[in-house]
Design a protein around this ligand. Structure first.
Ligand SMILES: *[C@@H]1O[C@H](CO)[C@@H](O)[C@H](O)[C@H]1NC(C)=O
Ligand SMILES: *[C@@H]1O[C@H](CO)[C@@H](O)[C@H](O)[C@H]1NC(C)=O
Ligand SMILES: *[C@@H]1O[C@H](CO)[C@@H](O)[C@H](O)[C@H]1NC(C)=O
Length: 270
């Protein structure tokens, strides 16, 4: 083959490769800098909706841990909340004809906020939703496993997902979004947190992800931080709680409720 032909093939390859990687790695400006989930990818993810005067609006996420129990963040459960509509098996939330998507209404008296939830210091930011009927698990709806209390999960790669805002200015995402992230040890997270809030009390029941170009934003709260492995499948290690530098700020740490700190409390209901 002539040298010219080789050059053409090479150029064609470079062109294809560049376009291809651009498509795959160009993040959509949602969650903040997340990727679009596909159906069945996060079967443990739920969306919580509340009623306004005119419509149901999404406000938080959550995770299925059994046929009857959903975990979310305590700060999602405001005092004036009467009823929530939970979406299961969803990706494109407004598409009610989406295959696998199901909705369930739950009354406030089925929601248990952790009795030691401390709003100002953001300690014990966990709540549990008792479903009025058993979930029927399928390919779209599956529970995540509870974490091992003896593991810190530091340095492992987790995945965060949600329909939250895609920036401070944007509305909640229509599509479920996610990003992968390394988990920090509490030892490494504490000094980072103290850069933003010197002397803030850092409880062992927090778990942080490494600051990066992706972060959680309003509406992602209560949603899952999960580690996937061949042996344990999906393990729910955290629930989105708060961001150190304010919501939607990239390159600053996001703090999650460490689920393994609450296993005895969860097991009272499970
Ligand atoms: C955690 O460690 C304790 C004490 O070593 C042990 O008794 C327990 O079985 C462990 N739990 C799990 C889930 O491995
Ligand atoms: C996690 O990574 C840090 C820094 O590289 C290291 O010091 C620590 O031992 C690691 N922890 C585990 C459990 O592997
Ligand atoms: C992981 O998923 C497989 C396939 O659904 C199932 O057979 C297995 O029991 C699960 N393992 C755990 C630890 O949940």
């Amino acid at each position: 083959m002539s040298e010219f032909k080789w050059q053409l093939i090479f150029l064609a390859f470079v062109f294809f490769y560049q376009n291809n990687t651009e498509v795959q790695s160009a993040p959509i400006q949602r969650i903040v800098n997340g990727f679009q989930a596909i159906p069945k990818q996060f079967p443990y993810q739920v969306l919580l909706n509340r009623q306004t005067d005119t419509e149901w609006e999404p406000f938080c996420g959550g995770a299925i841990i059994s046929k009857r129990i959903i975990l979310t963040a305590a700060h999602c459960i405001e005092d004036n909340l009467n009823e929530i509509k939970i979406y299961f098996g969803a990706v494109e939330r407004s598409n009610i004809k989406e295959p696998g998507q199901q909705h369930l209404l739950v009354q406030r008296n089925n929601i248990v906020v952790h009795p030691e939830w401390e709003r100002r210091q953001k300690i014990n930011d966990i709540a549990l939703i008792k479903l009025p009927a058993d979930l029927q698990f399928d390919e779209y709806i599956q529970p995540a496993n509870l974490p091992d209390p003896n593991q810190s999960y530091e340095n492992q790669t987790g995945v965060v997902s949600g329909w939250g805002d895609t920036s401070d200015q944007d509305p909640p995402s229509e599509q479920l979004l996610y990003f992968d992230t390394p988990i920090l040890s509490n030892e490494d997270c504490k000094p980072i947190v103290h850069k933003y809030h010197p002397n803030i009390f850092f409880p062992s029941s927090w778990i942080c992800i490494e600051p990066s170009k992706s972060c959680t934003c309003g509406g992602d709260s209560g949603g899952p931080l999960v580690i996937w492995s061949e042996v344990a499948n999906s393990t729910l290690v955290g629930l989105t709680s708060f961001a150190m530098a304010g919501e939607c700020t990239v390159n600053s740490p996001d703090v999650f409720t460490r689920v393994s700190s609450f296993l005895p409390w969860i097991k009272k209901y499970k």
